[in-house]
Design a protein around this ligand. Structure first.
Ligand code: UD1
Length: 362
């Protein structure tokens, strides 16, 4: 079985840590990696290809930046050329980025079947570029690998043939288990002068958070309020960095926080697992917080990972005002631990995905 896997953005490199490893360990599976270059900085991309277990991509492009249409269009053109040359049995895509949609669309038009890892997630907010990408990708896919029951239900509601949907669990849980030991390590914490459970970790990068200055300022304002009670580490994504530089008030808030560059996976896993609280607009970090059983506040109007809210591990502020965000953080810090029902499988998603693909292809 020959798979062309499309990656481009940081969360996809993280998911590839599990699936590329599984492919490499299998007889009769050849994985060809294509990196679109959507993310290109050393700390957003480079670090994942250095000794972490993802093979060097056979194809590496520089197709990041620009508007959504421009970026997706350029990616579509180049991915199509590769798929025409390689003619794989499967084109595998992850998640909901522009690289995901470009890969799925290029393959579907060439009648190359698409495998979508992290299928069925929905925010029901079509203003998010990710929501458009994931809906279209799901409807262009042949194998839809869903991480949760809610994702399976969403696909059923959209009329997708249930025979194409496989509830395999979340590949991010596989990755969390693979990096358990690294997550326990406290070397990085010590270098920051921090003791376990005495600080919060925050990440903000979504377009919906950064493109509206009042929303970004409300989030940063609430974080700076929290920072008078406990240190708050904010590894800053390039998108957020650019916006913050242009907003003097954001800069003033940031001075109260421990602002760092984007962190590599080991250091991120370590500070997440030792935090007292996680505050984020990322999909991946909401789950990683739960995998380490750390309470989380998601600074968005809605989340795709609804189980975590139901279980009490994650909470959405009543509104995205500074006051309500801060109130949610306070509640999360004192709330009892959530329940423990493992909605995302048992850490064998990568194995199930490759099993299912091999069974269908051979
Ligand atoms: C993208 C995904 C989002 C995912 C996120 C993970 C889309 C629509 N969005 O958002 O779903 O959660 O990745 O991080 O695909 N930039 C750099 N260096 C980099 C990467 C980006 O400077 O290494 C700059 C880009 O040039 C751009 C901005 O950051 O100006 C945003 O990057 P982009 O890839 O468009 O979207 P993300 O916000 O990263």
């Amino acid at each position: 079985m020959r798979i062309v896997t499309i990656v481009g953005a940081r969360p996809q490199f993280i998911k590839a840590l599990a699936i590329s490893k599984e492919c490499a360990a299998r007889e009769g599976v050849e994985e060809i990696l294509l990196h679109t270059g959507q993310h290109y900085d050393e700390n957003m991309s480079g670090v994942f290809f250095k000794g972490m277990g993802i093979p060097e991509p056979k194809y590496r492009f520089s197709l990041g930046g620009g508007s959504h249409g421009d970026m997706t269009g350029r990616q579509l053109t180049e991915i199509e050329k590769v798929l025409m040359a390689e003619r794989p049995d499967v084109c595998l895509v992850y998640g909901d980025t522009n690289s995901t949609l470009a890969g799925a669309l290029a393959a579907a038009k060439l009648n190359i079947p698409v495998a979508h890892v992290e299928a069925g997630l929905r925010s029901f907010n079509r203003r998010m570029p990710e929501e458009v990408n994931r809906v279209l990708t799901d409807h262009a896919s042949t194998w839809l690998f869903a991480p949760s029951d809610a994702a399976v239900q969403n696909l059923a509601n959209e009329g997708i043939d249930p025979a194409m949907v496989h509830r395999v669990g979340d590949v991010m849980y596989d990755v969390t288990l693979m990096f358990q030991e690294q997550a326990k390590d406290t070397t990085f914490l010590q270098s920051l002068g921090l003791a376990p459970k005495t600080f919060a970790v925050a990440t903000i990068h979504r377009q919906e958070s950064t493109d509206d200055p009042s929303r970004l300022l409300a989030i940063l304002g609430a974080l700076s309020q929290l920072a008078s009670e406990m240190p708050v580490i904010l590894p800053v994504h390039p998108r957020t960095h650019k916006v913050m530089e242009a907003l003097p008030k954001a800069d003033a808030f940031a001075k109260k926080l421990m602002v760092t560059e984007p962190l590599d996976f080991n250091r991120m896993a370590s500070i997440t697992s030792h935090a007292a609280l996680v505050v984020t607009d990322s999909g991946g970090l909401q789950k990683e917080a739960y995998f380490h059983r750390i309470p989380c506040v998601t600074v968005r109007d809605e989340t795709e990972w609804v189980e975590l809210v139901e279980m009490g591990w994650n909470r959405l502020p009543k509104s995205l005002s500074q006051q309500h965000i801060y109130q949610s953080m306070q509640e999360a810090l004192v709330a009892p631990r959530g329940d423990d029902r493992h909605p995302y499988g048992n850490g064998s998603a990568a194995r199930s995905i490759i099993d299912i693909l091999q069974d269908s292809i051979n």
